[in-house]
Design a protein around this ligand. Structure first.
Ligand code: ZN
Length: 155
């Protein structure tokens, strides 16, 4: 099967049946991020329990790529330690900024590899990264408010 077709199918599948969608309680931080170039929007909440991501809930609207990305993010980060999820965020960002030349690690990124195809289209990269940036922002805020970690992750 053609890799691009497979990637498109994965993205469409998440778009049609988004995983974990909806805003839930409890949560420590909520953010609202917008991608003005495409019109994508996401409201995202993070719930952290100890050093783990207990829940990521969201309400998203916009293009299929931005919404599928939020669904994949939900699959990938819930249940991970904050540190591991942050590393995963970096892996995904690296893939998206690799202009289609970074070989995706399927064991690590699972359905996230489908966005390797998107990385070839500069205009769509922000769509794919929107939910991840929102998640990182919300997680940083949650950790600041509760000061349970010395993650030191900020730009
Ligand atoms: Zn978009």
């Amino acid at each position: 099967m053609d890799v691009d077709a497979l990637y498109q199918e994965i993205i469409l599948d998440h778009y049609k049946r988004p995983h974990g969608r909806g805003l839930r309680d409890p949560y420590e931080a909520e953010v609202h991020h917008v991608n003005p170039t495409c019109g994508d929007e996401i409201t995202l909440r993070v719930h952290i329990d100890g050093d783990r991501i207990a829940d990521v809930s969201y309400a998203a609207e916009g293009c299929s790529i931005s919404q599928a990305s939020a669904s994949v993010l939900n699959d990938l980060v819930i249940g991970r330690t904050v540190e591991d999820a942050m590393a995963l965020h970096d892996d995904f960002t690296e893939l998206m900024q690799g202009r289609g030349k970074v070989e995706p690690n399927e064991d690590r990124l699972e359905d996230g590899i489908a966005f390797a195809g998107v990385a070839q289209f500069p205009a769509r990269i922000k769509c794919a990264l929107l939910s991840w940036m929102a998640w990182k922002d919300a997680t940083a805020q949650a950790l600041t408010d509760h000061s349970t970690s010395d993650l030191g992750e900020n730009e």
